[in-house]
Design a protein around this ligand. Sequence first.
Ligand SMILES: Cc1cc2nc3c(=O)[nH]c(=O)nc-3n(C[C@H](O)[C@H](O)[C@H](O)COP(=O)(O)OP(=O)(O)OC[C@H]3O[C@@H](n4cnc5c(N)ncnc54)[C@H](O)[C@@H]3O)c2cc1C
Length: 375
Amino acid sequence: MNCNLTEIQQAAQNTFAEFVNKRVMPQAAAIDEKAEFPMELFREVGGLGFFGMRYPEEAGGSNMDIVSYSLAVMELARGSLSLAAACTMQSLMATYFLYRLGDDEVRTHFSAALKGEEIGGICMTEPNAGSDLMGLQSKAQVLHDGFILNGQKTWVTSAPVANFFTVLAKTDKAGGLSIFFVPTHLEGVNIGKSIGKLGVRGSVTSEVSFDNVRLPQNYLLGELGDGSKYLREVLAEIRIMTAALSVGVATAAFEYALQYAKEREQFGRPIGKFQAVNMNLAEMDVQLETARQYTLYAASMSDAGPAQQKTAMIAKLYASECANAICDKASRVMASYGFAMEYPLQRYLRDARFTLIGGGTSEILKINIGKELGL
Ligand SMILES: Cc1cc2nc3c(=O)[nH]c(=O)nc-3n(C[C@H](O)[C@H](O)[C@H](O)COP(=O)(O)OP(=O)(O)OC[C@H]3O[C@@H](n4cnc5c(N)ncnc54)[C@H](O)[C@@H]3O)c2cc1C
């Protein structure tokens, strides 16, 4: 249930809801089991215009607002968090800096990515730098006509299938972080071992290393040392998007458990008639509705004016914690059937863990909300 949606927002939700019911739901278990990038569905999502929703029409996008985008993300995540994670990476972090800061050559890759013809990834995290991005050690040496990049990255979503990366590194000329465009075919770009994961297994992830990679001058995106400033431009939206992912997977878990409680009979009646089960479902409904409405509120606030960092952090923190609580409660309602690999609840439970990490851990968000309170 969503209040006050415009016709365009409602249409965006309907398009992706229909697609998910028809195309994603039947394949979601297999995507998880195979732990392979869902290329066919990824391209179909591209065909629906998802990757360009947040970009202007003159850049090949459809100029949709964050509310519409969030509704589409919720639907994709309701079907498969693996697919949704891969698609949201392509539609935001992997492409934003190319669009915002790239020259004509770099923008050709952006255009191809909007159509799903090329796949992008973002390389921020390193073995010794996760939450603390300023601690990263990748280094670009500044030459008179370009750069030489060296470094080790990890947890790079879509890396095994990527055509290009956006890479955060330090340089020997400026303090702070700088952002580089790095096509994966360049000599010295090595895609390392895939990371086996608990959840979002179809959103493939691996290590990446850069070994004396020679980059031309135009592959520096924006100004040297201004990377943190550019990152902040999309931070609120990344967090709202992660909140929407959380709402999507929580919706799937809630709907599945609710249906089960209506059908499963014990002691001569449906288990949903027992107050203990009933209360669990009511609590899940309260959490899900408040997470959904707050996420849409955060989206509408960012649509209305400058990005609202605190509102976006609250949405992400609340929705991801709720998603995990809801999956846990759903698993209790289903008891042994929530534990069986044959049923989807175990997948929702595993996948939801990802939402606690992406877009900033709960601890980091609480610290930053505290800072906004002047603490
Ligand atoms: C499925 C998946 C996909 C990912 N995809 C990408 C990607 O495409 N590109 C990319 O660059 N990265 C990606 N990441 C990495 C992700 O961004 C990092 O995992 C995240 O930033 C946290 O870093 P870390 O895992 O190293 O944890 P750490 O930063 O080492 O944190 C460990 C624990 O310490 C806590 N902690 C850390 N600092 C503080 C503090 N100051 N105060 C209190 N507590 C603290 C954290 O909250 C956490 O509980 C992905 C991760 C996952 C799981």
